[in-house]
Design a protein around this ligand. Structure first.
Ligand SMILES: NC(=O)c1ccc[n+]([C@@H]2O[C@H](COP(=O)([O-])OP(=O)(O)OC[C@H]3O[C@@H](n4cnc5c(N)ncnc54)[C@H](O)[C@@H]3O)[C@@H](O)[C@H]2O)c1
Length: 447
């Protein structure tokens, strides 16, 4: 099938490259000329494991290309996937890029009898595709729905594992407003053998939000219980969560032994969720609920717990060590999770800001996200030393904070940390492995 993907960021580019790898003919479109030029010579502007190799391979097979010319790309397309950003704006989502795309596609449709299905992949609140997107398309094309098709195909990929998630999805949601679009979506995802849900576009939109809201709730309740463990004392929240995880509804017992589903990783206490999705999506769902007159008590609590959670780190350090002014502090990990350069809503931003406010002497390390982090914190970056060798900085530091669950930092256990304070905000290492250090974490106060 011939596909146009509009917006070539994390979702658009990964989707485009993976769809081409499965045999479709894909054109990725973006406004950014520099990004497009790089993509056409096989250089992705974002970091994702395996993306660079896959991009080169689909370029070589001539099944993939990138362009800034949306109208030209649509001439032979059967589906236009809209994958532009929907950033947070005062707790709601900013739909201006989605609207702009719909208008541009509509302007193309006005000039041709060509039947095209427009499918929203961006995360948009329930009711957006069949109202706002439909209206923009109808208004700018002068045509009614069915003269063009309309669908909604939410994306569940996780940054850092985006290629794997797209190539081996747990499900595909085929939201549609017309049969022709459903048939096309079936064909688009025919190479994938996984559960497929055929629903209307509102249900598709709600599935994406409910999915993220429920996972975010899981993180916040675990963190709230962990904070209570700290306050009570002599309880390690990790032991508590291990006990919880042994409930057979979490980890079923089968004839082959006990299963360890991935959801158990959401039972690990930490410094909160970040990224481009969870915070934005939970806020947007809350805003939608409130605008419809619902109190949205759960989502308010989820967001409140999460906003306060990164503050636990400097507060705990100050309680334990006193004032942090001038204390040599190393922060390991700046992105919101391992293996990505994305720092949007990263807990590390809040942690580093707290450290600077406390006038600590701050050094930071991240193998992928340093440049994005500098942009995110602006002039505060001038007060930080960004290192390219974290092992050397461990020698320098009095305080070491593990802020992302990057496996490499586990090597800390083989370095000299005598007398230093290690704050393991992600439960990456075992306290016994750094016995000569003062080990601090979320959800544990043993003395
Ligand atoms: N990043 C994720 O992990 C993830 C996962 C699932 C869903 N989503 C959702 O997918 C959507 C895209 O997210 P992202 O992280 O890929 O965003 P992104 O910011 O990385 O990429 C968006 C791209 O769209 C381009 N763009 C904007 N307006 C355009 C236009 N009119 N024409 C062509 N290109 C245009 C931008 O230049 C940018 O390159 C969002 O709604 C997001 O919530 C993201």
């Amino acid at each position: 099938m011939r596909i146009t993907v509009v917006g070539s960021g994390y979702v658009g580019l990964v989707s485009g490259v993976c769809l081409a790898a499965k045999g479709h003919d894909v054109t990725c479109v973006d406004l950014r000329k520099d990004v497009i030029a790089q993509l056409n010579v096989g250089i992705p502007h974002i970091h994702e494991h395996g993306l660079s190799e896959l991009l080169k391979s689909v370029l070589a097979s001539a099944r993939f290309r990138a362009t800034t010319d949306l109208h030209a790309s649509l001439k032979t397309a059967e589906i236009a996937l809209i994958a532009v950003g929907t950033p947070s704006e005062n707790g709601a989502i900013d739909l201006s890029a989605v609207r702009q795309c719909a208008r541009q596609i509509g302007a193309y449709l006005a000039t041709t009898p060509h039947h095209l299905s427009v499918v929203v992949k961006s995360t948009v609140i329930p009711g957006t595709t069949d109202t706002i997107v439909r209206e923009e398309l109808e208004h700018s094309s002068g045509k009614r729905l069915r003269a063009f098709g309309l669908g909604m195909n939410p994306e569940f990929l996780r940054e850092g594992e985006a290629i794997e998630d797209f190539m081996e999805p747990d499900r595909v949601v085929l939201g549609h407003e017309d049969e022709r679009t459903l048939v096309r979506l079936e064909e688009l995802y025919a190479p994938w053998n996984c559960d497929k849900l055929r629903v209307n576009t509102r249900t598709a939109e709600m599935i994406k939000y409910a999915n993220n809201a429920i996972l975010a709730t899981q993180i916040s309740i675990v963190n709230e219980v962990a904070n209570l463990c700290t306050a009570v004392g002599s309880v390690d929240a990790l032991d508590v969560m291990r006990g919880v995880s042994l409930d057979k509804r979490w980890s079923p017992i089968t004839p082959l032994g006990r299963l360890a589903p991935q959801i158990l990783t959401y039972l690990v206490p930490g410094c909160g969720f970040g990224g481009s999705c969870f915070p934005k999506d939970v806020q947007a769902l809350r805003t939608q609920g409130e605008s419809l007159g619902l109190p949205m008590n759960m989502l308010n609590a989820v967001l409140d717990v999460n906003a306060a959670q990164p503050g636990q780190i400097v507060a705990t350090l100050e309680r334990k060590l006193g004032a942090l002014a001038g204390r040599r502090t190393l922060v390991l990990g700046l992105s919101f999770k391992p293996n990505t350069d994305d720092v949007r809503e990263s807990a590390s931003i809040k942690i580093v800001r707290d450290l600077l406010r406390a006038e600590a002497d701050v050094r930071c390390y991240d193998p992928l996200a340093t440049e994005n982090f500098k942009l995110a914190i602006g002039t505060a970056a001038d007060r930080i030393h960004f290192s390219s060798d974290w092992r050397r900085e461990v020698e320098w530091a009095e305080i070491i904070i593990i802020a992302t669950r990057t496996q490499d930092y586990g090597e800390l256990t083989s370095l000299a940390v005598d007398g230093k304070t290690v704050f393991d905000a992600r439960r990456l290492i075992s306290p016994a492995d750094v016995a000569s250090a003062d080990y601090l974490t979320i959800g544990r106060r043993l003395n």
